[in-house]
Ligand binder design. Structure first.
Ligand SMILES: *Cc1c(COP(=O)(O)O)cnc(C)c1O
Length: 426
C-alpha cells in the first residue's frame, strides 16, 4: 500500500534536492519517509493521509502557543488586508522594538530581518565593524544558521582556526572562526590568554538546542562574560531558539548574564519569518545609515510577519504562562523517565522552560563529545515506535524537543503511554 505521504516524497525528490527545503526534514538520521502535513491545531497535527499526531517539534520552536492560535491568525488576517508589504517603515516595527526592549533590556536597539541566519550573520558583521577585528569564536555543537563563517568545525590543534564544515565554504573564510568545546572553561581562558585582543566576538547558544539540549555550566557563562569584557570582545547570545522559550526574558534572564548583543528568531515571528539582532546602543550605532556597517532587507519588518510575532509576544506575557509551560514539560520528562525505568532502558532527560532533551544515555550530556556517545540506534527505534503511535518528535537523536502552551494533561498522558510501549519494544 502506498500512502499519499510516500507519493509526495517520491515526487518531491524529483524537483527539490532530497525532497525537502531544509535537510533535517528528510529523516536521513532516523530513516523512513518524512511526514507531509496539511493541518495543525493547538498541540495536534494531521498529515496528508489523515493521521493525527501530538507535535513536539512545534516548527522547531516558533509555535509556542500551539498551531493556528485564533488571535495570531486574526492578527495576520487583519495585517494582510492592509497590504502584505510596503518596503517602508510602519508603526508595527516600533511596537515590536519596544516590546523586545522591554522583555530583553540588553537589546537597547534592535533591527528586524527575516530569519535567524540573517540575524546571526548581521550581528557578527556589526561586532566586527565595531571592534575592527576579524576573528570570531563559536562552540562545537552550537548552530547559528547557515552563513559561511559559521559552518566551520575545529581545526586540528587548539590554536588553529577552523576548517569548512560544509562544501562551498572557502577555507579563507573558515580560517577566521575558532571553534571551542562547550562548557570547557579552561580552554576558553587559554584562548583568551593567547589572542583575546584579536577576537571580535564570541557567539554562543546560552542554552544549546541544536545538538539536542545541553545546559551551560554557570561558571562557564560567567567566565565567558568576564573574558569578553576584559578583552573588548563582543559577547553575542544567539537566542534564536531560547528567546521566549526557556523563560520570558530568554536564557540571559534565566542565568542572569547580560550579553552585548542578542539574536532572535523563531518565536518572535510566531510561525512567520522574523529575525532580530540588537544590543548595546554604542555597538548598534555602527549600522548603516548611521555608520559604516551595511545591512538591509527588502522584506525586513514585514507587517504581516511582525503582526504574528507581536501577537505571540503579547500572549506569552499572560501571568503564569512560563510556570505552566515548564510544569507541563517537566511532567512529560518525569513520565518518560519512569516509563524507561519500567523497561530497564538506559535513558535520561531534562528540560528548561518549554524545551526538553531526551537521551539514550545514563546521564545528561554536557558537551558535543558526550552527546555523540548516546545510543543513536535506540533513539531511532524509539522515534519510529512513537511516530507510529502518533507522537511527532524531532527526527534525530541530536535535536531538542518543544512543548507548547496548548499541550494538555491528556496530551502528556497519551505521550507517556505511547512511550511505555516504545521502551518495552526496544
Ligand atoms: C534556528 C536557529 C538559527 C537559524 O535560524 P533560521 O531562521 O533557521 O535561519 C540560528 N541560531 C539558532 C540558535 C537556531 O536555533
Amino acid at each position: 500500500m502506498t500512502s499519499r505521504n510516500q507519493d509526495l516524497f517520491e515526487q518531491s525528490q524529483q524537483l527539490i534536492p532530497g525532497g525537502v527545503n531544509s535537510p533535517v526534514r528528510a529523516f536521513r538520521s532516523v530513516g523512513g519517509t518524512p511526514v507531509f502535513f496539511k493541518k495543525g491545531l493547538g498541540s495536534r497535527l494531521w498529515d496528508v493521509d489523515g493521521k493525527e499526531y501530538i507535535d513536539y517539534i512545534n516548527s522547531w520552536g516558533p509555535m509556542i502557543l500551539g498551531h493556528a492560535h485564533p488571535e495570531v491568525v486574526a492578527a495576520v488576517h487583519q495585517a494582510a488586508a492592509n497590504s502584505l508589504s510596503f518596503g517602508a517603515p510602519t508603526g508595527l516595527e516600533l511596537e515590536m522594538a519596544t516590546l523586545i526592549n522591554q522583555l530583553i533590556p540588553s537589546m537597547e536597539q534592535v533591527r528586524l530581518n527575516s530569519s535567524g541566519t540573517e540575524a546571526t550573520m548581521s550581528a557578527i558583521r556589526t561586532a566586527r565593524g565595531f571592534t575592527g577585528r576579524d576573528k570570531i569564536i563559536k562552540f562545537e555543537g552550537c548552530y547559528h544558521g547557515h552563513s559561511d563563517g559559521l559552518l566551520v568545525k575545529a581545526g586540528s590543534g587548539l590554536l588553529t582556526f577552523g576548517e569548512p564544515d560544509s562544501g562551498g565554504v572557502p577555507a579563507s573564510i573558515a580560517q577566521h572562526t575558532l571553534t571551542l568545546e562547550y562548557n570547557n572553561t579552561q580552554q576558553l581562558a587559554d584562548i583568551f590568554n593567547q589572542m583575546g585582543d584579536e577576537i571580535a566576538c564570541v557567539i554562543i547558544e546560552p542554552v544549546v538546542g541544536n545538538m539536542n539540549l545541553i545546559l551551560p555550566h554557570m561558571e562557564f557563562l560567567q567566565t565567558l562574560r568576564t573574558l569578553c569584557t576584559r578583552h573588548g570582545a563582543v559577547l553575542i547570545f544567539d537566542e534564536v531558539m531560547t528567546g521566549f522559550r526557556v523563560a520570558l526574558g530568554g536564557a540571559q534572564a534565566l542565568y542572569g548574564i547580560t550579553p552585548d548583543m542578542t539574536t532572535l528568531g523563531k518565536i518572535i515571528g510566531g510561525g512567520l519569518p522574523v529575525g532580530a539582532f540588537g544590543g548595546r546602543k554604542d555597538i548598534m550605532q555602527v549600522l548603516a545609515p548611521l555608520g559604516p556597517v551595511y545591512q538591509a532587507g527588502t522584506l525586513s519588518g514585514n507587517p504581516v510577519a511582525v503582526s504574528a510575532g507581536l501577537t505571540t509576544l503579547k500572549l506569552i506575557q499572560a501571568p503564569g504562562f512560563y510556570d505552566r509551560l515548564a510544569a507541563q514539560t517537566a511532567k512529560l520528562m518525569h513520565g518518560l523517565k519512569q516509563a524507561a525505568q519500567k523497561s530497564g532502558v538506559t535513558f535520561s532527560a531534562q528540560n528548561v522552560g518549554g524545551m526538553f532533551g531526551v537521551y539514550f544515555s545514563d546521564s545528561n550530556p554536557t558537551s558535543f563529545a558526550e552527546m555523540m556517545l548516546t545510543d543513536k540506534k535506540a533513539f531511532n527505534h524509539f522515534f519510529h515506535s512513537m511516530l507510529d503511535a502518533g507522537i511527532y518528535l524531532g527526527p534525530s537523536a541530536f535535536e531538542a524537543g518543544f512543548v507548547s502552551a496548548a499541550h494538555s494533561d491528556a496530551d502528556i498522558a497519551e505521550t507517556i503511554q505511547a512511550a511505555e510501549l516504545a521502551f518495552a519494544a526496544l
